[in-house]
Design a protein around this ligand. Structure first.
Ligand SMILES: Cc1ncc(COP(=O)(O)O)c(C=O)c1O
Length: 432
C-alpha cells in the first residue's frame, strides 16, 4: 500500500529558520531610493523593527525561532505532505507526485509563516500599528490574524481588482479586526495621484506597497510589513522546505524536481531553500518557479536594480523586474501580479540554480479543476500554477516512461476565489 500522507509530530517543527543567504554569494546591496548609495541599516528603521533588519542582512546559517512564535506555529504546523495518488492515476503517469499543503494554516496559505514573526518582532519594538499591501487577500488575512493575536492595529491596502473579485477576503480581514482599503485610494498622496491619472486602473501590488509605506513613514508608532520579496520573509518561509525535506526522508525518497508558484518568491524560496543548499553541495535536483504569462517577471524580466513599489519610495534592489510601473492584466492569481522577484530568487536564477516557466491562466485553471476533482482540494489560483507545471512534468515522465519524483508546493486553498472558478467554468476567463 502506498502512503497517502506524511504527518509529522508537533515536536518535529523545525526550531530554526534556515538562511540561504549564508550559502549564496553575497547579494548586490540594496540602494537608497534618493542617493542611490548602498543602503545603511538605519535607512530601514522608519519601516521595520531592529530584529527584522538584522535578519534581512544576516549571514548566519540558522536563526532560532523564539518560543512565542513556536507556540503560534503549533496551531497549524507541521503541515501535511500528501502523495497525489488519485491525480497520478488520473494522469496514468509513472511519476510520483507529492505536495506540501500550506492551505491548512489559519489564514489559508503559507503567508502566516512570516506574518507571525513579523508582528512578534514589531510588538517587541513597541510598534502599535502595521500597514501593508495585499493582492488576492491571502497576505492581508495572515497579517490581520497575527496582528489580532498580538494586539496590534492592522491597515491593509488591497489591490482594487482583487478587492472587487474577492469581497469575502475583505470580510475575513475585518472579522479579525483589520481595516481594508481598496488601492489606489483617496487616503494617500500616491493613491490620489494615480487615480487622477488613471481613474480606471485595476491597481497593482506596487501601488498598494507605496500607499502602505507612505502611511507608515508618517506615524512613529506605525511600521510597514511586506508579505514577500525581502530576505527576512524568505527566511521565515524556510520552515516549509525544512519540513518537506524531513517528510520526504520519512518516505525514503528525494525529489528529482521541486516546483513552486512565484509571485515575489516567498513560498517558492521557502520550499526550495534546503534543496537549493543540497544542489550547491552537488545533489541532482531541478528547482522550478512558475509564474503567469501575464506577469512574466522571471521569464521575460531584466536582472537589474529597480524599486519594489510603484511610486519609487522603497530602496532599489537588484532583481528580475518588468519595471516598477508595469501594470499586469487583472488575472485571478492576484498574488502573482508583482513586477519584481526576491533578490534570493533572482540570484539563484541568474546563477543557473533554478529554472522558470510561465503559463496562461486558462491552462492553469484547467489543471486546478483536474486537481480539485482528483485530490478534493480547491487550490488558490496562485498555487494552481505549481499544479499545472507538476502535471506537465508528470505527462513528460509518462511519455518517457520515467519514475520521476515530483514535489510541489500547494501554497494555499481557493475557497475565497470562487468568482475566479465561476468565471473559468462559465468560459469567461481571458487566456492571458
Ligand atoms: C496562495 C498564494 N500563493 C503564492 C503567492 C505568491 O506570493 P509568493 O511568491 O510571495 O509566495 C500568494 C501571494 O499572495 C498567495 O496568496
Amino acid at each position: 500500500m502506498s502512503l497517502r500522507k506524511v504527518v509529522l509530530d508537533e515536536r518535529a517543527i523545525p526550531q530554526v529558520w534556515y538562511n540561504l543567504q549564508a550559502d549564496l554569494p553575497p547579494l548586490p546591496p540594496p540602494l537608497h531610493p534618493v542617493t542611490r548609495e548602498p543602503l545603511k541599516a538605519d535607512d530601514l528603521a522608519d519601516l521595520f523593527p531592529p530584529d527584522l533588519i538584522a535578519q534581512e542582512v544576516s549571514r548566519e546559517r540558522y536563526i532560532d525561532i523564539p518560543g512565542e512564535i513556536m507556540d503560534l506555529y503549533r496551531a497549524y504546523r507541521p503541515t501535511p505532505l500528501y502523495r497525489a495518488l488519485r491525480l497520478e492515476k488520473e494522469l496514468q503517469t509513472p511519476a510520483q507526485i507529492y505536495y506540501k499543503y500550506e492551505g491548512v494554516s489559519l489564514a489559508g496559505s503559507h503567508k502566516l509563516n512570516t506574518a507571525i514573526p513579523q508582528v512578534y518582532y514589531n510588538k517587541k519594538a513597541g510598534i502599535k500599528c502595521l500597514t501593508t499591501e495585499t493582492g488576492a487577500g491571502q497576505w492581508g488575512s495572515a497579517l490581520s490574524i497575527a496582528c489580532c493575536f498580538f494586539g496590534l492595529k492592522c491597515r491593509v491596502y488591497m489591490v482594487r481588482v482583487s478587492y472587487n473579485q474577492k469581497p469575502y477576503r475583505r470580510s475575513l480581514m475585518e472579522a479579525y479586526g483589520a481595516q481594508v482599503i481598496a488601492s489606489p485610494s483617496q487616503e494617500t498622496k500616491t493613491g490620489r495621484k494615480v487615480l487622477a491619472e488613471q481613474p480606471d486602473t485595476p491597481g497593482t501590488l506596487g501601488i498598494a506597497i507605496s500607499e502602505a509605506v507612505e502611511e507608515a513613514v508618517q506615524h512613529p508608532d506605525t511600521n510597514y510589513s511586506l508579505g514577500s520579496v525581502l530576505n527576512h520573509v524568505l527566511l521565515h518561509q524556510s520552515i516549509i522546505g525544512q519540513e518537506a525535506k524531513l517528510q520526504m526522508e520519512k518516505l525514503g525518497c528525494y525529489p528529482d524536481l521541486v516546483i513552486g508558484c512565484h509571485g515575489g518568491g516567498s513560498n517558492f524560496g521557502g520550499l526550495v531553500a534546503p534543496f537549493a543548499y543540497d544542489k550547491m553541495q552537488g545533489q541532482k535536483v531541478r528547482l522550478v518557479a512558475v509564474e503567469p504569462s501575464a506577469c512574466p517577471t522571471l521569464t521575460k524580466g531584466e536582472y537589474r536594480y529597480d524599486y519594489c513599489d510603484a511610486a519609487g519610495f522603497t530602496p532599489l534592489i537588484k532583481m528580475y523586474t518588468l519595471g516598477y510601473k508595469f501594470t499586469p492584466p487583472g488575472i485571478h492569481a492576484g498574488g502573482l501580479r508583482y513586477h519584481g522577484a526576491a533578490p534570493f530568487i533572482s540570484s539563484l536564477l541568474h546563477n543557473g540554480l533554478i529554472e522558470a516557466k510561465a503559463y496562461p491562466q486558462t491552462e492553469v485553471f484547467q489543471s486546478a479543476i483536474l486537481f480539485a476533482r482528483s485530490e478534493g482540494i480547491l487550490p488558490a489560483p496562485e498555487s494552481a500554477h505549481a499544479i499545472h507545471a507538476a502535471i506537465q512534468e508528470a505527462l513528460i515522465a509518462k511519455e518517457a516512461d520515467e519514475k520521476k519524483v515530483i514535489l510541489f508546493g500547494l501554497s494555499g486553498h481557493g475557497c475565497f476565489d470562487l468568482t475566479a472558478y465561476d468565471d473559468y467554468l462559465a468560459g469567461r476567463l481571458n487566456n492571458v
